[in-house]
Structure formats: structure tokens, C-alpha cells
Write a protein that binds this ligand. Structure first.
Ligand SMILES: CCCCCCCCCCCCC/C=C/C(=O)SCCNC(=O)CCNC(=O)[C@H](O)C(C)(C)COP(=O)(O)OP(=O)(O)OC[C@H]1O[C@@H](n2cnc3c(N)ncnc32)[C@H](O)[C@@H]1OP(=O)(O)O
Length: 245
């Protein structure tokens, strides 16, 4: 009797699926997302492996030229990461916009302006910790997405994707806060990115004001992302809801 009910349920499901118009572009969308995630995975893997090998070979000396050995690849990955905002805006992925905006702009502010803007910041040891934490997270996040594009789930990878952020997000925010604090005197002395208001105001706004505002945002903004990732973690790793009978 139960077997017959299950067979009927399976046939009904197939009938319903056949009535729903399939998105003609679904394979193209999946292919694009798969390739995007693959490129990001390869990019961050290169950064992570490069930094790990140099750490074992050079020890602490590897901290100081992290930027010069990995910045080009990080620039590429973080420039591509802007596509995650587009993917969300056009509905290609079901990710909420605000966490993605905070994530992409938060990182790119540090990478392109704070580190890329002044040479003096690029040999700081803190760059090693920022880049290492960023890449350590991404070498699990992007394979998780990649497999989800082809409807494959490895439970271990899902657990890592939705758990590794718990220690690494606060550590990453701390490393970025140290970077911003170290950058304030550098931008004050160089005057880089300072903004002069036209006459009659004749007033200059130093970039260190933006850095101080970013410091505040660094301690407020991530809570949006923590809450989102916590909800996603519960959804993916929580007890599976029993089907209503
Ligand atoms: C002027 C400048 C001002 C800027 C503002 C300043 C404020 C700064 C505050 C924040 C600062 C952040 C700085 C960053 C620091 C670090 O990264 S430290 C290192 C640790 N970091 C992390 O662990 C975060 C890693 N990043 C993420 O997880 C994401 O970027 C996220 C946006 C935070 C959350 O990801 P999101 O995609 O929203 O959630 P998911 O559950 O992963 O995905 C939702 C669903 O969408 C699917 N999906 C998402 N992306 C893809 C993809 N590329 N391909 C395929 N599918 C994708 C995903 O599978 C989910 O689907 P469902 O499972 O069906 O829900």
C-alpha cells in the first residue's frame, strides 16, 4: 500500500516537473557560474599555496613581501568578485544584496585603496594575515558553490564552508582593522587621496577621516554578514525538517 502511494507521488512529481517551463538558459547560467567559481578557486588557491610555501621556506621574512608576490592575483580575484554583486542583482544567485555589497566593497576598499594606494603599506606584515585569511576562506567557499552548480554536495565541504567563517571572519576583520589603523599616519603624512573643497571653502578633507569611518563600519557592518551566514549555516547544517505527513 505504502509502495503504491510512493510510486503515485513519484509520478505526480514528474508530471508537475514536466509542466513547469524549463529555463532555456539554465545550462548557460550554470556553466557561467561554474566557470566563475572555478576561476576564483584557482586564483585563491594560487595565493594560498604561494604564501604557505614561502612561509615554510622563509618563515617570518615572507610576511613583508606578501603584497609584491601575490597582489596581482588578488587584484584579479577581487575585481572578478564584483561580479557577485551583478549575479545577485540580476537574480542569477539567491544571495541577499547587502551582505554581498559589504563583503565586496569592504575587501576592495582595503585592497585597492588602503594597500594599493600607498607603497608604504605594501611591506607591512599585516598584509600577510589579511591575504592568508581571505584566501583560506575562499578555497572552500568557491568549490562549495562550484559543486552546487552541478547539484553535487559534499557534506564535509558544506560543513567547512558554513563553519570556517566563525573563527576567520572576526580574525579577518581584526587584521583589516590593524591595517586601517597602521594606514592612518601613512595617509596623513603623504596626503594621498585627500580631498580639497573648492573656494571659498578652501578646506581639505584628509583620507584619514574616511579611514576612521571605515574603522567604525568594520565593527558594525560584519554583524549583517555574521547573522546572514549564521542563518545559512542553520539552514544547511541544521536538523532536516521532517516532511509533513
Ligand atoms: C566605501 C567602502 C565601504 C564598504 C563598507 C564597509 C563595511 C565593511 C564590513 C564588512 C567587511 C568585510 C570584509 C571581509 C573580510 C573577510 O572576508 S575576512 C575572511 C572571512 N570571511 C568570510 O568568511 C566571508 C566569506 N564571504 C561570504 O561568505 C560571502 O561573501 C557573503 C556575502 C558574506 C555570504 O555569501 P552569500 O553568497 O550571501 O551566502 P551563501 O549562503 O554562500 O549563498 C547564498 C545562496 O547563493 C548561492 N551562491 C552564492 N554565490 C554563488 C556562486 N558564486 N555560485 C553559485 N551559487 C552561489 C549559494 O549557493 C546559496 O544558495 P542556497 O544554498 O540555495 O541558499
Amino acid at each position: 500500500m505504502e509502495l503504491k502511494a510512493k510510486e503515485e507521488e513519484r509520478i505526480n512529481k514528474i508530471n508537475i516537473e514536466n509542466r513547469i517551463p524549463k529555463d532555456p538558459f539554465r545550462h548557460l547560467k550554470r556553466g557561467y557560474l561554474f566557470m566563475y567559481n572555478l576561476v576564483q578557486f584557482l586564483g585563491f588557491s594560487w595565493i594560498f599555496v604561494n604564501m604557505t610555501v614561502r612561509l615554510f621556506m622563509l618563515g617570518k621574512d615572507s610576511f613583508f613581501d606578501t603584497f609584491h608576490t601575490t597582489a596581482d592575483m588578488m587584484y584579479l580575484c577581487q575585481t572578478l568578485a564584483v561580479m557577485e554583486i551583478v549575479n545577485t542583482l540580476i537574480g542569477l544567485i539567491r544571495a541577499p544584496l547587502v551582505p554581498v555589497l559589504l563583503q565586496v566593497f569592504g575587501r576592495n576598499f582595503i585592497l585597492f585603496l588602503v594597500l594599493g594606494g600607498v607603497e608604504e603599506m605594501q611591506s607591512k606584515a599585516v598584509v600577510f594575515f589579511v591575504f592568508y585569511i581571505w584566501s583560506l576562506v575562499e578555497i572552500f567557499r568557491y568549490p562549495f558553490y562550484m559543486l552546487s552548480c552541478i547539484d553535487i554536495e559534499w557534506k564535509v565541504l558544506t560543513w567547512i564552508r558554513y563553519s570556517i567563517w566563525i573563527p576567520l571572519y572576526p580574525l579577518g576583520i581584526l587584521a583589516e582593522a590593524v591595517t586601517v589603523i597602521q594606514a592612518i599616519p601613512v595617509f596623513n603624512s603623504t596626503g594621498r587621496f585627500s580631498f580639497s573643497l573648492p573656494s571659498p571653502l578652501n578646506f581639505t578633507i584628509p583620507f584619514s577621516v574616511v579611514l576612521q569611518l571605515h574603522l567604525v563600519a568594520l565593527f558594525l557592518g560584519p554583524f549583517v554578514n555574521f547573522r546572514h551566514l549564521y542563518k545559512q549555516r542553520k539552514r544547511h547544517l541544521g536538523p532536516k525538517k521532517r516532511k509533513a505527513h
